[in-house]
Design a protein around this ligand. Structure first.
Ligand code: DAH
Length: 338
């Protein structure tokens, strides 16, 4: 029996050494310690031994049991920490690798300019409102004192849709929409897209304007000049000069076009300003009484002034874009420069 116990111990220790998974260890444990296990079998034979032999064999059997139990525990421990190490290694993050850069976008140059314009007028107390791109002839022309037989109407090169609809040629129709819905005083700007059949280095069929309208009991032309001058100086710098030239618009009387000293050459004359030192950026004027009548305002009670500026023009002065059509070709190599 002694030899048998020693053989079991040697065999089991060898087997435990080569068990490489917790499952393998567990089946070994059952093989030796289980109800029908090898060690258990030998122990059962104890009863057949003589009284002299029994204590010695009992002691040996207990020693074998203790040795094997210890071996099992040590092997379980070892397997456990080996597993943990493998898991840690598999999950390890190499913090020396460069991070993943998310692709990021930013505002289109025209939107950057629009946001600046809005911020300046907002800070002067103007509310930002918007209107539809698809308009009716009534809002785009008639209510703005430009009936069908008016020669100014031909200047707009309009994209006509069906049923008297069209793509608005300017943001001025939002003046009418706002006055129809609000009582004076009114102080709004209207950023938005406009459309005209036009395509060359300084014209795209879709472009942007910012309309302005102020209506009150005593709105004057000199306030208009003051507000616009303040705007261009905030936009282009304190030294910017502004001049108003008499002009004609059906919806204002008197009307003017306003130029600023060229921001590219500081008024010295360059390609951007055609050598004149001045660049036209907006139209403006005192609201024509006929426009007030179209929205049921009493021209004897209120006066107002309005202006409309071209955003691409202004962006052009800021960014010096030789051909404004490139703004809308969506070439990222171009757009990333802004
Ligand atoms: N709507 C005009 C245009 O597109 C610009 C303009 C001129 C707007 C005078 C106005 C204004 O509000 O008073 O050319």
């Amino acid at each position: 029996m002694k030899a048998e116990l020693q053989a079991i111990q040697a065999e089991a220790l060898e087997a435990i050494k080569s068990a490489d998974t917790p499952d393998a260890l567990e089946s070994l444990r059952i093989k030796y310690f289980g109800r029908k296990g090898k060690l258990t079998d030998v122990m059962k034979g104890m009863g057949k031994l003589s009284a002299e032999e029994r204590p010695e064999m009992g002691k040996l059997a207990n020693e074998v049991r203790a040795t094997l139990t210890q071996a099992f525990e040590a092997a379980t421990q070892a397997l456990h920490s080996q597993q943990q190490e493998q898991q840690l290694a598999a999950e390890a993050v190499d913090i020396t690798l460069p991070g993943r850069k998310p692709a990021y976008g930013k505002a289109h140059p025209i939107m950057q300019t629009l946001e600046q314009i809005e911020a300046i007028f907002y800070q002067m107390g103007f509310e930002v409102v918007t209107g539809p791109d698809v308009e009716t002839e009534y809002y785009n022309f008639d209510a703005l004192n430009t009936p069908a037989d008016h020669p100014a109407r031909d200047l707009h090169d309009t994209f006509y849709l069906t049923d008297g609809h069209l793509l608005r040629t300017h943001t001025s129709p939002v003046q009418i929409r706002t006055m129809e819905n609000q009582k004076p005083p009114i102080r709004i700007i209207v950023p938005g897209k406009c459309y005209r059949v036009d395509y060359d280095v300084s014209h795209t069929p879709m472009f942007h304007q910012v309309e302005g309208l102020l209506v009150d009991k005593h709105a004057t032309f000199s306030e208009l000049k003051g507000i616009l001058t303040s705007f261009v100086r905030q936009m282009f710098g304190d030294k910017t000069q502004m001049r108003f030239r008499p002009h004609f618009f059906p919806f204002t009387e008197p009307s003017a076009e306003a130029d600023i000293s060229c921001a590219v050459c500081q008024g010295k004359g360059c390609r951007s300003c055609g050598g004149t030192g001045w660049v036209e950026i907006l139209g403006a004027g005192a609201v024509d009484p006929a426009v007030f009548e179209a929205v049921n305002y009493d021209p004897n009670e209120v006066t107002g002034f309005a202006f409309g500026m071209g955003v691409e023009r202004i962006a052009n002065l800021q960014f010096r874009i030789p051909d404004i059509r490139t703004l809308y070709e969506n070439d990222l190599r171009f757009l990333r420069q802004f």
